[in-house]
Design a protein around this ligand. Structure first.
Ligand SMILES: *[C@@H]1O[C@H](CO)[C@@H](O)[C@H](O)[C@H]1NC(C)=O
Ligand SMILES: *[C@@H]1O[C@H](CO)[C@@H](O)[C@H](O)[C@H]1NC(C)=O
Ligand SMILES: *[C@@H]1O[C@H](CO)[C@@H](O)[C@H](O)[C@H]1NC(C)=O
Ligand SMILES: *[C@@H]1O[C@H](CO)[C@@H](O)[C@H](O)[C@H]1NC(C)=O
Ligand SMILES: *[C@@H]1O[C@H](CO)[C@@H](O)[C@H](O)[C@H]1NC(C)=O
Ligand SMILES: *[C@@H]1O[C@H](CO)[C@@H](O)[C@H](O)[C@H]1NC(C)=O
Ligand SMILES: *[C@@H]1O[C@H](CO)[C@@H](O)[C@H](O)[C@H]1NC(C)=O
Ligand SMILES: *[C@@H]1O[C@H](CO)[C@@H](O)[C@H](O)[C@H]1NC(C)=O
Ligand SMILES: *[C@@H]1O[C@H](CO)[C@@H](O)[C@H](O)[C@H]1NC(C)=O
Length: 722
């Protein structure tokens, strides 16, 4: 760095003063600076220590360079000197003390150029023993003591402590080597005190040994407060009390004060005597204190007075312990009395606030409970003393109202369900009992405003009416609910699928009715299925427990197997047996075939007649029943068409209560007769309203026309008979 400076100085000089010779004397360089402590960095107290600062500076020529040296202790400048020679700078620390302990370094400054030395730490050990001094050694109570603690020969910041044993009496920081303080002893007797100090050298501090121990004798003053209370024994509430606070051994009556207090309450004060009167009360503390203050001395005389109660704080009780609205109740107020001083008759009881209860005897009040909560307080009075009981809150209870019984959710035969019982009003807890007939099934004690829920199962629908419930919240009455009135859902049982027309006689063009019937409680949801198809053909919900589904205008494609399913609110699904339906050839096709056959037969008959006539054989009229000659598959078709062989042969009977064009539904299977309500098609509505009428029909030759009946012809639900 020095070299660089030299070069720079040279260049700058030549640049700014090109015509002048370079000033060789001004060119210098600080090469090094060191600080050393002599004789050593660790010395004992009293050593003559020297801090030496040595700088090596190179320069041209003879011009004297002014060197400014600064010595630092920590961050503080402790010494500065200007020197014009190259001699070392010496900073003497004669007779070193602990306060000289610290980290030192020095700095040199020549014409603004600076260099710092490294830091050296000086440690001085050894402290003088402190000396304690008191102005006297015998003091009287409350007298102030002056103490001085000295640290001989020490310098710097010193923190002094004044101790009695381990307790610090006083302490303080000073910049001298002695510490003066004043204090008092509050306790009479002999006290041993000593002092010590600490020299503070940031960041360290050094603690001295303890000083000599001095004995201080504190002598008690003979002056004393005296407390007298009259009467001295057996004090009852209401008695007057005289309290006297005086001084004994009073030497000089100046600067003295007396204070009389009861508990924390100051009753009175005075200079030499306090005379105070009060009425004794059991409720107030019986601690009295007479306090004498003289300068800094305070003396106390105390007494505790026991005040006997004339009568105790009354207690207010209610009977019965629980009362219902408007029921009779009795409040009793009672105090214990000190019989030697008070007659029972002198004690007057009243209720607060005023209430409609009437007094029956001293302290006994009776009447009807109100409809709402009420706070009662009892007041007892005698000889000017008033005492109040704690507040008694009477909360009249409300009798339970007639409970209501209902079914929670739905009642399904054979399945558990819940019966709900609840009263609209009534104080809790309420006990609800479920009855079936005269039997008690169970009791639920309800503590929150909520219904009681009982779980039951019934096997017959009539059973539900036997349930009743009872609510009870007092021991007098237990209102009974009405009988349970609810619908019982009977699960579905058995499902039959009936088909009309009857099975073997279903032909093309017929309307097919798939009638599902079950036992159980409606509404029932029915579903019709065809085997092989997952989706139901039809779904309907009915308020009856049977219903039908119509497949109009049958074709061969409707042949198949059908079944139905039903479900109601009991949620059990029932399924019918499967019924296989085969749709036969249309009747008119059969008729055509039949006609052809008839024609053939007729031809044969005519041929035969002609033949027999030609042979003179008499022939009488004949009738032929076609079906006897029909193909075998129609042989069992009992109610199939009957066709006359000749126009004059009439043994076909047709009952037609409605004009042609209305529906006709059939009819007979074994001994059962199924018949339907029929509805006229809209265009025929004005003519006939034969709802519920019965149609028996036998088919005749015109039957094929039935296939053209309009599809809107529709059954009401078939009603089974027999
Ligand atoms: C310290 O120096 C003083 C004079 O400056 C001298 O009187 C004293 O004896 C010296 N102390 C020691 C321990 O050398
Ligand atoms: C040393 O000299 C500088 C100027 O060179 C001056 O400012 C300073 O006061 C002087 N210090 C002493 C201690 O004489
Ligand atoms: C305290 O006193 C003892 C002996 O009396 C001495 O050895 C020790 O150095 C003293 N300590 C200090 C801090 O002065
Ligand atoms: C204190 O005062 C009461 C009246 O208040 C009086 O009867 C009593 O004699 C007085 N006592 C003294 C010691 O003065
Ligand atoms: C009765 O006293 C209680 C407090 O002790 C209070 O909260 C309540 O409101 C009072 N009731 C009536 C009816 O005054
Ligand atoms: C209610 O029932 C409980 C026991 O379950 C019984 O202790 C209480 O006395 C009953 N309460 C009434 C008013 O009957
Ligand atoms: C049962 O309840 C129904 C309505 O839910 C009502 O019409 C009927 O009169 C009630 N029966 C009785 C006996 O209360
Ligand atoms: C439903 O079936 C029950 C038998 O479980 C029967 O008593 C009742 O009459 C039927 N209801 C209807 C609407 O058909
Ligand atoms: C009955 O079905 C046949 C064909 O299968 C059709 O020609 C006729 O129009 C249908 N009749 C009715 C009333 O739907």
């Amino acid at each position: 760095m020095g070299l660089l400076l030299l070069l720079t100085s040279t260049l700058l000089s030549s640049y700014f003063h090109p015509g002048i010779m370079v000033d060789a004397q001004r060119i210098f360089t600080i090469r090094d600076i060191t600080l050393s402590i002599e004789p050593s960095t660790d010395v004992v107290r009293g050593t003559n220590v020297t801090v030496r600062c040595k700088a090596i500076v190179s320069s041209f020529g003879q011009e004297v360079l002014s060197r400014e040296y600064t010595i630092y202790k920590g961050n503080n400048k402790v010494y500065t000197k200007n020197s014009s020679t190259s001699e070392d700078l010496l900073y003497p620390l004669p007779d070193a003390r602990v306060s000289n302990t610290g980290k030192y370094h020095c700095r040199i400054n020549i014409k603004g150029e600076e260099m710092n030395s490294r830091v050296e730490k000086l440690t001085v050990t050894g402290l003088s023993k402190p000396v304690l001094h008191l102005d006297k050694d015998v003091f009287s109570e409350g007298e102030e003591i002056m103490a001085t603690c000295t640290a001989p020969g020490e310098t710097g910041s010193i923190f002094f402590y004044l101790h009695e044993g381990n307790n610090v009496l006083r302490e303080g920081l000073v910049n001298t080597n002695h510490f003066e303080t004043k204090f008092r002893f509050s306790r009479v007797g002999i006290h041993g005190i000593h002092c010590k100090y600490t020299v503070i050298t940031m960041p360290d501090s050094f603690m001295s040994n303890e000083s000599n121990i001095l004995s201080v004798s504190v002598e008690e003053l003979s002056i004393k407060p005296v407390l007298e209370i009259f009467p001295q024994t057996k004090i009852y509430e209401g008695d007057p009390l005289n309290i006297l606070c005086t001084i004994r051994n009073l030497a000089r009556p100046d600067n003295i004060h007396l204070y009389l207090s009861q508990g924390i309450k100051l009753l009175s004060s005075g200079n030499t005597k306090v005379n105070h009167s009060i009425v004794a009360l059991a409720s107030e503390p019986g601690d009295f204190e007479c306090r004498l203050e003289m300068g800094n001395v305070a003396k106390v005389a105390a007494k505790t007075v026991l005040v006997t109660e004339l009568f105790s704080v009354p207690t207010l009780t209610m009977s019965p312990a629980e009362v219902f609205q408007k029921e009779r109740m009795t409040l009793t107020c009672k105090s214990e009395i000190a019989s030697e001083r008070l007659n029972r008759g002198e004690l007057i009881y009243t209720l607060e606030p005023d209430s409609p209860l009437t007094p029956l005897a001293p302290g006994v009040f009776s009447g009807k409970a109100l409809l709402y909560d009420f706070n009662y307080t009892c007041v007892a009075k005698a000889k000017g003393i008033v005492k109040r009981s704690e507040t008694l809150t009477v909360c009249p209870k409300i009798s339970v109202s007639t409970p209501k019984i209902s079914v929670e959710g739905k009642a399904v035969l054979g399945q558990p369900f819940k019966i709900r019982c609840q009263s609209d009003v009534g104080s809790l807890p309420i006990n609800y009992t479920l009855l079936k007939g005269y039997d008690q099934l169970g009791t639920i004690s309800v503590r929150l405003p909520q219904p009681a829920l009982f779980t039951v199962t019934i096997t017959k629908p009539e059973e539900i009416k036997e349930y009743m419930c009872e609510a009870k919240n007092n021991h007098k009455n237990a209102p009974l609910s009405q009988r349970l009135n609810a619908t019982v859902i009977e699960p579905l049982m058995g499902l039959t699928l009936t088909v009309t027309p009857h099975l073997p006689e279903i032909s093309e063009g017929d309307h097919l009715y798939l009638i599902c019937g079950t036992k159980g409680t409606p509404p029932v949801t029915f579903k019709w299925y065809r085997v092989g198809k997952e989706q139901p053909l039809h779904t309907t919900t009915s308020e009856k427990n049977n219903t039908d589904y119509q497949v109009p205008n049958l074709s061969k494609a409707h042949s198949g197997t059908y079944y139905c399913e039903a479900v109601n609110h009991a949620n059990n699904i029932v399924r019918s047996e499967e019924v296989t339906i085969e749709v036969r050839l249309a009747l008119w096709k059969k008729a055509v075939i039949g006609g052809v056959c008839l024609l053939v037969v007729s031809v044969l008959v005519v041929g035969s007649v002609l033949y027999f006539r030609s042979k003179r054989v008499r022939v009488v009229r004949a009738a032929v029943s076609v079906w006897s000659e029909r193909p075998p598959e129609a042989a069992n078709d009992e109610e199939s068409s009957v066709v006359s062989s000749e126009p004059d042969v009439e043994y076909t009977e047709v009952v037609h209560p409605q004009p042609a064009g209305t529906a006709r539904v059939p009819l007979r299977k074994g001994t059962d007769t199924v018949y339907s309500e029929l509805k006229n098609p809209p265009h025929g509505a004005g003519d006939h309203h034969d709802y519920g009428s019965v149609v028996y029909a036998e088919l005749n030759g015109k039957q094929p026309e039935i296939g053209h009946h309009p599809p809107e012809v529709r059954n009401h639900l078939p009603v089974p008979v027999d």
